[in-house]
Ligand binder design. Sequence first.
Ligand code: SAH
Length: 450
Amino acid sequence: MLLTVSTTHRPATDLGYLLVKHPDRVHSFDVPTGTAYVLYPEAAADRCTAALLLDVDPQRLRAQQDTFELGQYVNDRPYAASSLLASALNKVFRSALRGVSKDRPELAAAPLPLEIAVPVLRGTSELATRLFEPLGWQVTATPIPLEPQIGGDSRYVDLQLSGSVRLADALNHLYVLLPVLDDAKHYWVAPDEIEKLLRSGEGWLAAHPEKVLITRRYLAHKKAYATTALQLLEGDETTDEDAELPVTRKISLASHRRDAVLTALADAGAARVLDLGCGGGALLTALIKDRRFTEIVGADVSSRALAIAARRIHLERLGDRVRLFQSALTYRDDRLRGYDAAVLMEVIEHLDPPRLPALAETVFGHARPATVVVTTPNVEYNVHYEGLTGTRHSDHRFEWTRAEFRSWASRVAARYRYEVTFRPVGEDDPATGAPTQLALFRTVSAEVAQ
Ligand code: SAH
């Protein structure tokens, strides 16, 4: 069974860095069901294709899975993409799936022009479209005909996807959705599959219109597991800032915002950071991955949000580099003092405007880190969201224009002796500005010199 990933990003051979597999060689890996190969049928500057070929050994398949429903030799497993291919993908492209790249970190974080082909996949073209289209893919799923003497179509499709998608997102979509299409998992589904599903589905599954079908099938129709997973997803969605935006837009906006905040922190040289109003941990995950941040604190007023964040980041495994605690930003808190930087990512718009002076006093007056990064929606951009009425999230107490945000930020900066600069986040439309606005506050240097 075969899957190919192509890009026309230049130089296209950078794909080799992202997948951590050199384009000049054939790489082979022993997997529980046979041998997986990664090779590049084409590798030029303008177009590069990586192929994952899984050579299934039917005897090993049988040895691995006694309860396997089909015959040992006469079945489609060696040929049709399925959960076996998804497992191989997970083993062979592990760091690419996590969005990590030592050599090309910016490229790993950016959407790339990608084409994916899975020439033989069990499933219908209708379902393939319902699953992949909401994630921003252009889907062509052509039914594969049976032999002419039999006539009609087989149960298989030739799937082609194209889109501008982050490679890690693309691989996670395949990792989750290939077994969903196939709907015949080759292995016993254990409770840790819930965790795997949530991890791979992060940022897209909670808002997917087919999340119930995906969850049930992924968890092999184990009702209790699916119920738990859906409840946890629900939690993710209620802490998701862009919950009410269309799926494709929110995925890229969330990652742009995270990247913009990380860049601002890196520009400021911050190592010990506070994530104030950390919510379900959207930023914490990224801070934890980046070893420049030596001490990370997440604070939120909601104990439920903190519980979700703790689960998402696996707090229990992290030692004392990361701490979470409950704190209300409208009350001074000594635990917030002494840090290099504080981030308020999509937080201020959740407070009633009369509470903002108290928040400013807590953050800029009392905690007083050298750097503060604040992001908030730019309401002018909302005209681009078709069908959006009201604010982007039902808990937003206000959404500001660029002028309103600048005016608030400049007043706070003047009052607490900070300098402030502004950066657009996401597509910077000439008329409306970008979807998210970011203010970077630094204590004025005279004070630092003293
Ligand atoms: N920063 C996260 C969460 C944003 S949602 C992200 O970008 O995904 C806003 C968060 O602010 C919520 O988790 C909410 O509980 C928290 N919040 C709202 N008012 C707060 C207050 N007064 N003190 C602390 N946290 C607050």
